[in-house]
Design a binder for this molecule. Structure first.
Ligand SMILES: [Zn+2]
Length: 355
């Protein structure tokens, strides 16, 4: 081959290689960035605590998400921690331009709720956006103790729910039961289906007594680990128009459900589902990247049809749901703006165009 022909062939190969590289890079970039960058996201179920280090680390996660996946985790609701300490809203981290909202909370309902019903409106007026109550399996709190209130429908809690219903205080990410998987995969959390249904039924009693209580049941009301549970959740949502669910810590159980059933559920009940993760506060800034990756996994599950390795927790492969835009908008932020106080105004103040 003459030198001229040789050079021509070489440049042809170089051009082909370059073209191949550009195509692949474009593909990789498209894969690693959300198609829905313009939809703000609100995580309604976090435990980032009242401490500023946790919140600062959390804001770093937000920054990474913008840089790597081009999505905006616009706001978070802190539902408190098991110490039942209520964060001080006067701290600088909460005041103007804040992306953090917080709740009053009680993680030991089995020993009686600490906050007096007559004080609830004071907290609401101060800017706390809801009342988080943990009412999971009683033995996780009471152990072997006989005394205590095993179920959420205990009459002792009635004045609290009645007052919340009256003043419009949201039952924020109220925790009912624990995950109960299908036979053979029951989960370590609540392996006994008889006890599981006692807890679910007790919650139903509360909603029957307080039909106007706006409640966000945490973790999909823990009715998301079997297809029949999902049908029961359909029944709950159809019966109680002010019942909502958050998705915190549910993603890792999606593999237990029929993919089409779950997708249909999300589309049918999109008005009543809120995005959440259950992220806890963390002090090690090295974990920032790890948590950002976990967030991205949940976004991919909701937005794409990719096979995703794990949810926010866990590592089971989960088939993405590829939900339509209008469904994503409701789940990511519109439903949250509808039910929690103050969020909509704050989002506008931060410069978002809120319809
Ligand atoms: Zn939680």
């Amino acid at each position: 081959m003459r030198k001229k022909e040789y050079n021509l062939a070489l440049s042809k190969i170089t051009m082909q290689l370059l073209f191949w590289l550009i195509i692949n890079l474009t593909y990789i970039c498209a894969q690693s960035r959300s198609r829905y960058s313009d939809i703000p996201r609100i995580d309604v179920h976090t435990h980032i605590g009242g401490d500023s280090i946790g919140i600062v680390n959390f804001l770093k996660v937000r920054k990474i998400l913008i840089e790597t996946y081009n999505v905006d985790l616009a706001m978070f609701i802190d539902v408190g921690t098991s110490e039942n300490q209520i964060p001080d809203l006067n701290k600088s981290i909460y005041v103007s331009k804040s992306r953090v909202f917080t709740c009053i909370s009680d993680f030991s309902a089995h020993d009686g709720l600490d906050i007096s019903p007559k004080d609830l409106h004071v907290w609401l007026d101060k800017g706390y956006v809801g009342y988080k109550i943990w009412a999971g399996p009683y033995y996780r709190r009471l152990g072997e103790r006989e005394e205590g209130f095993r179920y959420i429908d205990n009459i002792v809690h009635e004045p609290t729910f009645a007052e919340m219903e009256r003043i419009g205080m949201v039952a924020a990410s109220i925790h009912i039961a624990d995950p109960n998987g299908p036979y053979g995969k029951r989960t370590e959390w609540l392996s006994d289906p008889v006890e599981y249904w006692r807890e679910i039924t007790a919650w139903r009693h509360v909603l029957e007594r307080h039909p106007n209580l706006v409640a966000v049941a945490a973790h999909g009301n823990w009715l998301v680990c079997q297809d029949a549970q999902l049908d029961y959740l359909r029944n709950m949502l159809a019966t109680f128009p002010y019942l909502y669910v958050d998705l915190a810590a549910t993603f890792q159980y999606f593999y237990l459900l029929d993919h089409e059933n779950l997708r249909d559920f999300m589309i049918e009940w999109a008005d009543r589902i809120l995005y959440g993760t259950d992220i806890s506060t963390f002090s090690d800034s090295k974990e920032v990247k790890l948590y950002a990756e976990r967030y991205i996994r949940t976004f991919k599950i909701l937005e794409t049809n990719e096979m995703v390795e794990g949810g926010f927790f866990g590592s089971n492969p989960i088939q993405g749901l590829s939900l339509p835009r209008d469904v994503l908008e409701k789940i990511y932020y519109k439903n949250a703006l509808k039910i929690y106080p103050n969020l909509k105004d704050q989002l506008s103040e931060l410069g978002y165009r809120v319809k």
